[in-house]
Write a protein that binds this ligand. Structure first.
Ligand code: DOR
Ligand code: ZN
Length: 347
């Protein structure tokens, strides 16, 4: 196949940041996707409808004016904290400002220090979200430093997520950026009740990539990439056509200097070539016919939205991912697969 045409895809998990970085990275996501679920982990977390509405305004103002990007729709989320106001969630959701709420276990990842310290204490919040149909998006890792970092997702499912889902049987849940066979098995066992996003990078690298020839900070993200058997399980899930699995890049820009340091930040920036990376994976798995479901149909169906009307076309054409992207203040971002040749190109 030399060409694939799909309904306009959406990205169900994106970090756009704010200010000058937002302006620098937004065009890449907006060029590729119709809508995106915007993560609320700014340095001041987005917890109220007014914060979300003003962040959405800043995003819309930062959009380039060309027709390819002007149609982009950011879908905002609330950041759950220990003292999140249920009234704010309800108001924001009912006014269409919030599309979901994001649960970060405290200190699980970048800008999560305001996250939830004890999930049990949020029971009234989950009860209300269940009642109004507001999706709960979960960063699924335990934070206990005694738990091996490669086991944190599997233990979260066993000890936190399963009890939560049992208690709130009507709550709409998305397990974000899954990285393990255990997550794939769990999602399948839920028969559509729980959705999962899968990143392009977790379909492409395993944990060896972080240590190939030396320490490779640009392959460090959270949840961290796992063993090869897990990568294969993710590829099988993504390309299976199962409607619970859908596209979420977790593209997460950090300046090069914040990654190449003694204690570097977690995050992989894939927005530049996201659809191309997914297309390559689906082609390798002989499943290009399943790409549209994964990228454009399953996500909207899970969120109760219509699929986009427009179409995008990818063609078989080699191109090289740039080594760096310039961002303001003389800084740079190193994109995922920098310097590598990709085989598909978004027209
Ligand atoms: O690698 C990651 N980067 N994982 C996350 O959960 C957060 C993200 C970020 O915001 O940089
Ligand atoms: Zn994320």
């Amino acid at each position: 196949m030399q060409e694939v045409t799909l309904r306009q895809p959406d990205d169900w998990h994106v970090h756009l940041r704010d200010g000058s970085v937002l302006e620098a990275v937004l065009p890449y996501t907006a060029r590729q996707f119709g809508r995106a679920i915007i993560m609320p982990n700014l340095s001041t977390p987005v917890t109220t409808p007014s914060q979300a509405a003003s962040y959405r305004r800043r995003i819309l103002q930062a959009l380039p004016e060309d027709a390819n990007t002007a149609r982009f729709m950011p879908l905002m989320t609330a950041y759950l904290t220990d003292d999140i106001q249920v009234g704010d969630l309800v108001e924001g959701f009912q006014d269409g400002v919030f599309h979901a709420a994001k649960l970060y276990p405290a200190n699980a990842t970048t800008n999560s220090s305001h996250g939830v310290t004890d999930i049990k204490k949020l029971a009234p919040v989950f009860r209300k979200m269940q009642e109004i149909g507001m999706p709960l998006l979960i960063h699924g890792e335990v934070t206990n430093p005694d738990v091996d970092i490669f086991d944190r997702e599997a233990i979260f499912i066993r000890d936190v997520l399963k009890p939560l889902i049992n208690e709130f049987s009507g709550l709409k849940v998305v397990l974000e950026h899954i990285t393990t066979q255990q997550s794939v098995d769990f999602i399948r066992s839920m028969e559509g009740r729980v959705g999962a996003t899968i990143t392009a990078h977790h379909l492409i690298i395993n944990r060896n990539a972080m240590f190939q020839g030396g320490l490779r900070p640009h392959h460090y993200c959270l949840p961290v990439a796992k063993r090869e058997e897990h990568r294969l399980a993710l590829r099988e899930a993504a390309t299976s056509g199962h409607p619970a699995f859908f596209l979420g890049t977790d593209t997460a820009p950090h300046p090069v200097g914040a990654k190449e340091m003694d204690c570097g930040c977690a995050g992989i920036f894939s927005a530049l070539s996201a659809l191309e990376l997914y297309a390559q994976v689906f082609e390798e798995e002989n499943a290009l016919d399943k790409l549209e479901g994964f990228a454009s149909l399953h996500g909207p169906a899970f969120y109760g939205l219509k699929a986009n009307e427009g179409l995008v076309t990818l063609v078989k054409q080699d191109w090289q991912v740039p080594e760096h992207l310039d961002i303001p203040d003389g800084q740079q971002i190193r994109p995922f697969q920098a310097g590598e040749t990709l085989r598909w190109k978004l027209l």
